[in-house]
Design a protein around this ligand. Structure first.
Ligand SMILES: [Zn+2]
Length: 511
């Protein structure tokens, strides 16, 4: 920026000033102030006065001459040899000493001049909030700040803050600009997409969701930005690279937002030109960078539209169903009515609305009726549902699991409704759970088969038996021997085909 050149050109001078300042500070920090030291020297210099009181008349001329020479030596030498003390002022800026000066009469004017120079340079008003004070001291002349450095020493010790125009959002400073008009321009630019688009004439209360103010404030010049930069930062945040996406056919706002990991609302906010329907076309370019939430824009619109009236859900208990079961007896239907409303939009998206007037429903809502079971679930149904039914033989090897399979055997199902447990011929088969035998006989591919019906709609089947030990209609206990293993029906070796069904549908016995 402009002021950079200024700073570099004054560097060499600043160093001189700095060393002068250091000397003065050193002097002051040495315990005695400059004034006290000067007093010490003065006491020593008082010696010649004592000599002056001697009666010259009583002395010879020679003695008088000798005395005169002595006086000259005594007076001149200390002054010429080491230090010359002078009256001066120690000058303070905001209570910090900046050095000793012999003449302070023009300091205020000089400070004013420095401020004016900055104002001209920045083309902005600067804050003139500075306190200059001084105290009289006596100091060795060599430590005086040469008057040719006054301007530089003041410049290097005055903090210059410009009077900038700061946009505040909810009482936090967001950005500083040179002029009030610039700050206003930024705010107007933020609002303009919502002001100028089609249909905007129906909008009211267009403004910021946040409390946005412009205040003048003294601030370092390097914090002030131009209006375009300010607008970009207000919209997209600081130091971010803005990413763009070119729409290809088949894309929607929703999946574009998803693919960049941003919210749909953020995508809309970054592209305020999108209309409410959010229609995009192949070739459109969208900004897909999640934009800064410094400000959000809100407005209200009066609308007349049809609104759905939600339906209610009624739950009816039914003890013929298990507590885990629900059934919909009647689907709900939303009602319809016309409303007049005040809709509040934030960043172009509807956020809430207030109904001003509602007509009688043109369609009444129909309630949804849900039937919920109350019957507790039998233990056997829980076992069957979770794939934990006890297996009917021990010491088995599973030769075929539940589900799709390639048997290689003609006539065997490609979907295996149970599991095959290979055990030697004649091994006892136990009832998995207690129940009623509903079938005991020969049944096609199953060969000799036993079916047991349990509580809760659960059934177990045991196939390919060599001998059946139960009859249809008989109740069996869990673990009771019901048959012996064989290889009847569609079978390639001795095994039991064990099947579990819930309400007729086979489930995996070992999930
Ligand atoms: Zn099988």
């Amino acid at each position: 920026m402009k002021n950079k050149e200024d700073k570099t050109s004054s560097n060499s001078n600043s160093q001189n000033i700095e060393s002068i300042n250091k000397n003065i500070r050193k002097e002051n920090q040495g315990g005695k102030s400059a004034a006290e030291k000067a007093e010490d020297k003065k006491r020593k210099a008082n010696l010649p006065e004592a000599f002056a009181k001697l009666d010259i008349k009583r002395m010879g001329i020679t003695a008088a001459i000798v005395l005169l020479i002595f006086l000259v030596v005594a007076i001149i030498l200390p002054a010429a040899g080491k230090a010359q003390y002078v009256d001066a002022y120690e000058v303070y800026i905001n209570d910090t000493s900046i050095g000793a000066m012999s003449d302070v009469s023009g300091l205020e004017t000089l400070v004013d001049y420095i401020y004016s120079e900055y104002e001209e340079h920045y083309n902005m008003e600067v804050s003139r909030d500075v306190k200059i004070s001084y105290t009289g001291i006596r100091i060795e002349e060599e430590y005086l700040c040469p008057s040719s450095y006054y301007e530089e020493i003041l410049k290097s010790n005055i903090d210059v803050n410009v009077i900038a125009w700061v946009i505040y959002v909810n009482n936090c400073p967001a950005i500083a600009l040179e002029r009030r008009e610039d700050a206003q321009w930024v705010l107007e630019q933020l609002l303009s997409p919502y002001k100028d688009e089609e249909g905007a004439e129906n909008r009211t209360d267009l403004g910021f969701l946040e409390n946005v103010e412009i205040k003048s404030e003294a601030i370092s010049y390097d914090k002030v930005v131009d209006k375009e930069t300010a607008l970009r930062i207000m919209q997209y945040g600081d130091d971010i690279e803005i990413q763009r996406h070119k729409v290809v056919s088949g894309e929607s706002l929703y999946n574009i937002a998803n693919s960049y990991g941003i919210k749909l609302a953020d995508l809309r906010k970054a592209n305020p030109w999108l209309n409410e329907a959010g229609k995009i076309y192949k070739g459109d370019v969208l900004i897909v960078t999640k934009i800064n939430n410094i400000v959000n824009i809100k407005y209200s619109e009066y609308v007349e539209r049809q609104e759905e009236i939600p339906y209610e859900t009624v739950v009816i208990e039914d003890d013929s169903l298990y507590e885990t079961q629900t059934k919909v007896r009647q689907e709900g239907v939303t009602g319809l009515r016309n409303i007049k409303a005040n809709v509040v939009y934030i960043n172009g998206m509807e956020s809430s609305y207030e109904i001003l007037m509602a007509d009688e429903p043109s369609r009444q809502p129909v309630e949804r009726i849900l039937v919920k079971g109350t019957k507790s679930v039998p233990a056997v149904l829980k076992l069957a549902s979770s794939g934990d039914m006890p297996l009917p033989v021990s010491g088995y090897r599973i030769t075929s699991g539940f589900g799709s399979r390639d048997t290689g055997i003609e006539g065997a199902s490609t979907f295996h409704n149970g599991i095959d447990l290979a055990v030697p011929y004649g091994t006892p088969i136990y009832a998995s759970e207690a129940g009623k035998v509903t079938f005991a006989g020969s049944s096609g591919g199953y060969g000799l088969l036993v079916k047991i019906s349990h509580e809760g709609g659960v059934e177990t089947r045991y196939g390919h038996c060599s001998t059946l030990l139960v009859k249809s209609g008989q109740y069996v206990e869990k673990g009771e021997v019901i048959a012996l293993v064989g290889s009847t029906g569609t079978s390639s070796g001795n095994h039991v085909h064990f099947e579990v069904r819930i309400n007729g549908t086979p489930v995996d016995p070992q999930r």
